[in-house]
Design a protein around this ligand. Structure first.
Ligand code: NAD
Length: 499
């Protein structure tokens, strides 16, 4: 396992205390050329290997992930500053996703018989070919999940992957590469090209056959334009401003516990975490009391044991955004019910889990993604108001509905404009349903990961149709008019028979 790059060294420092995690060389333009060429040549051989064989490698990778769990958790925590439980969620996710695709990819990629132009006379097959080399650009917030879970379906579909990890978390991505190669992935098939996004991004997009991007909506727009210039496909998983709806029949105590996890897991640096809560007036007071108490009880701090609930923010930039959003809201009239301040006594980048009420609509936090441990709680009077307010956003990534009635919750869920909706859970139920697609509406993304779509987007479809006996055209000696009359009778028969 190696990263063959020759550019400026990149220093990675731990958010916990600023200590050096390690140094890694970044990719130059020449390194990028070499990475893509070697990926192309490895891919040609890989495409000839049966999907069942590829799947065996991914199943072995999942077992290695479990064997190496402690080492993986340590690296993730060291680079990202998150608490151990949030790091463990990444391990669980990668293992389950690998199991899903290892068992389903071979059948999803199979040749399929399709209805032909003319029944019996046309034999049609739909085939799936790999795109070639897939570029993956990922952020730092779930560095293990996001390095593995987009690469795995791309590889299973017969592609090579060239990945640009985030500059904060390259060592976690290197761990994915190491374990894939130990599981039997041919050398050269998965390449890492670390470096600054504004430099590496365009070089990568110029050379690959498809791009999988995860990151902010702003960067998503930039990469979409670059992909459009080359007319290559892309998939973009972007930001969110995700709502939670507490319906009148929600259990306030259960919902409060769920809200703590939904808002503050991974220190709120989670694309699908909850940043707005709409609570029916019937349960508003009791929910807020429980939620505030549970939030204040969160243990915040650095460390590699399992007792910490909320870890560090990842960078000074994140700390600045979080502080600005809270200060701006307070200056505009918001009330702080819990948290609301940085904790330099705990570590340089820590911020307390924060609950705001009375947030006016012109506060930044009301509409823009904070991507930190900050949530605004609003009282609403009925379901219609909750749904209207939840949908009043440019984003549409994730939502959460709490109710003791399954039917009630589902009726509300189906009216929400979001790619995933969790009932009586914040985000994990829908995200971890790997057989089902996951992605954003509106400014939250283009394309989907997970499920059949998350695999087939990495393929080119091909329809091969064989016409038997005679082409779809008049028989020899038949006039066009006779052909028209004959075919319109045939069309009527086909319609009656349901072809
Ligand atoms: P970001 O867009 O700044 O960076 C993401 C990645 O893109 C990084 O690797 C970065 O180096 C790279 N990049 C930056 N500029 C680039 C450019 N011009 N061309 C190509 N690549 C470039 O995002 P961030 O702030 O680091 O990450 C947080 C964002 O990611 C949040 O908005 C969050 O909601 C989103 N996110 C979305 C999902 C999802 O599944 N929808 C998952 C995780 C994070």
């Amino acid at each position: 396992m190696k990263v063959s790059c020759h550019g400026d060294p990149l220093e990675v420092r731990s958010p916990f205390d600023g200590t050096l995690v390690g140094t890694i060389p970044t990719a130059t333009e020449r390194d990028m050329d070499a990475a893509v060429h070697s990926a192309q040549s490895a891919q040609r051989a890989w495409a000839r290997i049966a999907p069942r064989e590829r799947a065996r490698i991914i199943a072995r990778f999942a077992r290695l992930v479990l064997d190496e769990e402690a080492r993986i958790l340590n690296i993730i925590q060291q680079e990202s500053g998150k608490n151990r439980l949030s790091a463990f969620e990444e391990v669980m996710d990668v293992v389950r996703l690998s199991a899903y695709y290892a068992s389903h990819a071979p059948s999803l990629l199979r040749k399929r018989r399709r209805g032909g132009a003319i029944p019996v006379l046309t034999r049609t097959l739909e085939l799936r070919h790999p795109k070639g080399v897939v570029g993956v650009i990922s952020p730092w917030n779930y560095p293990f999940t996001l390095a593995a879970s987009d690469a795995i379906p791309a590889l299973l579909a017969g592609n090579a992957v060239v990945m640009k990890p985030d500059s904060q978390t390259p060592f976690t991505a290197m761990m994915v590469l190491e374990l894939l190669e130990r599981a039997g992935l041919p050398e050269g098939l998965f390449q890492l090209v670390p470096g600054a996004g504004s430099f590496i991004g365009p070089l990568l997009i110029d050379r690959v056959d498809f791009l999988m991007f995860t990151g902010s909506t702003a960067t998503g727009r930039t990469i979409a334009q670059q992909c459009a210039k080359r007319l290559i496909g892309y998939s973009a998983e972007l930001g969110g401003k995700n709502p939670m709806l507490m319906l009148a029949d929600a259990d306030p105590e259960k919902a409060a516990r769920g809200a703590v996890k939904a808002c503050f897991s991974n220190t709120g640096q989670l694309c699908i975490s909850i940043e707005r809560i709409y609570v029916n007036e019937a349960v508003y007071d009791s929910f807020l009391r429980e939620f505030t108490a549970a939030t204040r009880a969160q243990r915040i701090g650095p460390g590699y044991d399992w007792t910490i609930d909320v870890g560090s923010l990842v960078s000074a930039k994140q700390l600045e955004t979080v502080s600005n959003h809270v200060e701006d809201a307070v200056a505009k009239g918001a009330t702080v019910l819990a948290g609301g301040r940085p904790r330099p006594d705990v570590g340089p980048l820590f911020y307390e889990p924060t609950i705001l009420t009375n947030v006016p609509d012109h506060a930044i936090v009301a509409r823009e993604e904070t991507f930190g441990p900050v949530v605004a709680v609003y009282k609403v009077w009925d379901d219609d108001e909750a749904i209207q307010k939840a949908n009043d956003t440019d984003y549409g990534l994730n939502a959460s509905v709490w109710s003791t009635s399954a039917g009630h919750a589902r009726r509300v869920a189906e009216q929400l404009e979001a790619g995933t909706v969790n009932i009586n859970d914040g985000y994990a139920a829908a995200w971890a349903s790997h057989a089902s697609p996951m992605g954003g509406w509106k400014l939250s993304g283009v394309g989907r990961r997970h499920g059949a779509e998350g695999l087939l987007k990495y393929t080119e479809s091909q329809t091969v149709a064989r016409q038997l006996i005679h082409p779809v055209a008049p028989l020899p000696g038949m006039t066009n008019e006779d052909y028209g009359t004959f075919m319109s009778r045939a069309l009527k028969i086909m319609d009656r028979l349901g072809f």
